[in-house]
Every structure is written in C-alpha cells, then in structure tokens.
Design a protein around this ligand. Structure first.
Ligand code: BES
Ligand code: ZN
Ligand code: ZN
Length: 458
C-alpha cells in the first residue's frame, strides 16, 4: 500500500526502455532544419513547442515509439522530469543524458500518491538507473515518501500512540534502539511541559527516542515537533486555521525521514532522535492560559497562549538532548504561522547559533534545490517573551517577528557551546506543483542530508 521508491526506478539493462531527451524551445528551433519531412509533420501534429514539461514523440518505421522529447525551459530539468513522469504512459524509460541525483529524484517524487484510504490504480512509469545512481536516489526518495505518508495520515490513525508505533517499527527495521516515556512517566522523569501540553488527549503524551549507530561516532541529535493535532487547546483555533493541523507533527515526520535516510545510508554518526508526541486537545484536564510550568531545566514559563504549544514540548526535548552534549543538534517544527508570512510556504526558515553552520547548510540547500533561508536570532527581541511572574512567557500579543521570538524561546533551552539549528517549516503543499503533490511534504531534509554527507561521509 505504501509507496516505495523501487516502484519507480530499476537497474539499467539493454534496449528495453524508451529513450527520453530534453530539448529547449531554442534547441528545437535549431534542429528544425535538420529534421525529415515525416518528423516535421509529427512535431507539428503534436503542436510540440518544447515548452516546460511538454512531451513530443517520434515513431520508427514500424510505428513504435522510438524516442520521446521532454520540453525544458530555463534549464530546469528536475521540473521537466517531474512533469514528464506524470504525463507519460506507464512503462520503462531511460534518459539519453546523465542527470545529477538531486534531479533524478523528481521522477519518483512526482509519482507519489497517498493511496491508503482511496485506491489509485495508476501503473508506474519506471526510469532505468545506473547502480551508483540507484544507491543515492532510492534512499532519498524513500525518505521523502516516509515524511509525506506520516503527515498525510489523519490524526485518527496517527495520534501520539500510532506515531510511537511508527518510530518503533523504524527502529526495528534498522537495528536501532527504541524507548519511550508515556503519560505519568513524563512527570516522574521530568518532562513537565510535554505532559502539560498533551495531558488533555485520550492518546497519552509521550517522549519517543530512537538511538542508532557506533557509540564512538560523533553524536548527531534530531528533534521533531510531534503535535499530532493542534486544536490550539483552550485558546482554540478558528476552523480555517485548524483545518490542516494534522500536519503539526510535520517536524517529527521530517526527522524520521532523515533518520531513515541516515540509517539506510549508514552515515558514520551516532544518531539520537527525540520526538515529543502529543495532541494539543481541549478537555477538562487541559493546561490553561496563565498556568506556569516549571520546565525540565528549572525555567518557569507562564502560558500566555495554549496555542504556542510547540515551543513548550520542544523545550523539554532540547534540554534532554543538550544533557548528552551532541556535536550537532537539529530540530524541525511546524512552529509558527509567522515563519510562513516571512518566507512563504515553500522555503524552510532556519535559525542557528553558529553562523558557519548556517552558511554551510544554506550552501548545501542550493545544491540540492531544497530552499532554506536563515532568519536572525535577534537577542533584543527576547524582551517580547517577558512575563511579570515567571522567567519567560510562551507568547505575546505582538503581531511582529513571531518566528524569531519562537526561535529565541527555544534558544533559552540550548546549552552554551551546543551547535544548534532550528527549522520552522510548512511541511505541506497547498496545491500540486511538478514533483510536489498537494499534501504533506519534506522540507529542509534534503538540504540537511547533503550537508551531513559533506561533513561526515569520509
Ligand atoms: N502549529 C502552529 C503553527 C502553524 C500554524 C504552523 C499554521 C503552520 C501553519 C503553532 O502551534 C501555533 O499555533 N503558533 C502560534 C503561536 C502564537 C499563539 C504565539 C502562531 O503561529 O500563531
Ligand atoms: Zn499551536
Ligand atoms: Zn502547533
């Protein structure tokens, strides 16, 4: 039922596949003079102009398809490949020119469909790859598929309990260790904010842990916001704002996709994943505006708004992570609407306490076409998180700099000297674009995969 990358790619063998060639409108014009009358008629009949993603085919003497042209504009081959993958008939294809793996993945990404609740009889279009390409392309595509699946599942089948099962399965398949602290155990083991935010739900709050790799390898810790549904809590969201909030575990989904990629590519790191998994629900036991939570590190936080729950659950997990002194700490979260106002839906907003790290990640993001943009941790705005009666407030009424103040809130829980990166992501495509079907989406993890490969692989 779940889509796998291997449905869309196969190892190259001889002459079984239809060749695909890219052509730009300018190139088409140049080639026109060289074409036979028959070819010209075919091209005209198809009204083929080599516009982006347009398909044009040639037939041989026997009337079988000999070769297919894919129109490409602005040299955006990834986009053209995605558009082609959606339009071609099911069958075997092969590119006439080599493409980098970060483009090849779009063939698979374009064909993803969440078909768990509504059947899809579509047969796959299969692209033939060299072995070296397969070993890079397939794990990346599978990571994105996992992210999308996890987000697309409705909360009725992906609450804190089910998310825990998914992490457990991921750990089992990859020989990793899984642990969790559930319900009252959170209080006993000092995760007060995760408990407070999640306690009103019938699916108990929990902190999930996955640990993998060589004990002596550098420790990389990933943290993902796992709010399986964000109703806003007692500060309940209006219908429009609540509609997509099954995606509020999108940070956890990113981290799990990345973890699967790290483990399947055997990246030489010690991997620690923490996911606070909760539902921000309304109920008699719900935490309230004005409540004060004494956090894992002793900081007291006054709850200004129960809808600013993500930073609360992340804070406990960040403190736990810092206790273990990782070499690199990365969190992903669908943390603020303000980040979407700042950089829109498609760009991942990124913050870091280490400028070199931020710069390197932005560079990596450009290479793999997974847009990331750094926003500042502007210290003076910490004033906006002041509380009269506690160390910090989890929000304020200001309509300004919401993504930055949320990031500054998180920073309060990061130890000095711990290199840390925070991603505030949309995790959702509002409409379908080439290679990006409407629904849950991986954002920022291909950039991080590229960065990690450059830093840790040999
Ligand atoms: N999960 C939301 C943020 C969100 C909203 C992400 C829409 C993506 C799309 C988060 O928990 C939230 O509600 N944040 C509030 C914070 C405010 C109450 C300080 C927000 O951004 O409005
Ligand atoms: Zn919220
Ligand atoms: Zn939220």
């Amino acid at each position: 039922m779940r889509m796998k990358a291997e449905q869309f790619y196969q190892a190259k063998k001889e002459n079984t596949a239809i060749p695909l060639s890219f052509i730009s409108p300018e190139e088409l014009k140049k080639q026109w003079a060289k074409m036979s009358e028959k070819e010209k008629i075919l091209i005209q009949h198809q009204q083929f102009k080599a516009s982006a993603g347009q398909i044009g085919w040639f037939i041989n003497q026997e009337g079988a398809i000999q070769k297919i042209y894919i129109g490409v504009e602005k040299n955006n081959k990834a986009k053209a490949l995605a558009q082609a993958a959606q339009q071609l008939s099911p069958g075997l294809y092969q590119l006439s020119e080599p493409l980098p793996c970060c483009d090849l993945i779009y063939w698979g990404l374009a064909q993803y469909c969440f078909n768990v609740y509504k059947k899809n009889e579509d047969k796959p279009r299969i692209l033939l790859l060299e072995e070296a390409e397969s070993s890079e392309v397939l794990p990346l595509v599978d990571a994105v598929f996992l992210v999308r699946d996890l987000i697309n599942f409705p909360t009725s089948d992906m609450g804190p309990r089910e998310l825990a099962e998914k992490v457990m399965q991921l750990a089992e398949t990859n020989g990793a260790e899984f642990k969790q602290w559930v319900g009252e155990e959170l209080l006993k083991e000092n995760y007060p904010a995760i408990h407070a935010v999640g306690r009103a739900s019938s699916s108990e709050p929990r902190l999930l842990s996955l640990n993998w790799g060589d004990k002596n390898a550098p420790l990389l810790t990933l943290i993902g916001k796992g709010v399986c549904f964000d109703s806003g809590g007692l500060d309940i969201k209006p219908a429009q704002a609540m509609r997509l909030m099954k995606k509020d575990m999108g940070g956890a989904a990113q981290v799990l996709g990345l973890a699967q990629w790290i483990m399947s590519s055997q990246l030489p790191v010690r991997l620690q994943v923490y996911i606070p998994a909760v539902e921000n629900a309304v109920g008699p036991d719900a935490f309230r505006p004005g409540d004060i939570i004494t956090m894992r590190n002793g900081t007291t936080v006054e709850v200004d708004n129960t809808d600013a729950e993500g930073r609360l659950v992340l804070a406990d997990a960040l403190v736990k992570a810092c206790e273990e002194k990782p070499e690199l700490l990365i969190d992903f979260a669908t943390l603020t609407g303000a980040a979407r106002v700042a950089v829109g839906t498609d760009i991942s907003a990124m913050f870091s306490n280490d400028e070199k790290l931020a710069k390197d990640i932005m560079e990596a993001s450009k290479i793999v076409n997974d847009p990331v943009w750094q926003l500042p941790l502007y210290e003076a705005y910490t004033d906006l998180l002041r509380s009269q009666i506690a160390d910090l407030s989890n929000g304020n009424d200001s309509p300004y700099a919401g993504a930055i103040t949320a990031a500054l809130f998180l920073k309060h829980f990061i130890s000095e000297n711990c290199p840390w990166v925070h991603f505030d992501v949309m995790a959702w495509n509002l409409s379908s674009k080439p290679g990006k079907p409407e629904g849950g989406e991986a954002m920022g993890i291909r950039a991080i995969a590229q960065y990690l490969r450059q830093r840790f692989q040999n």
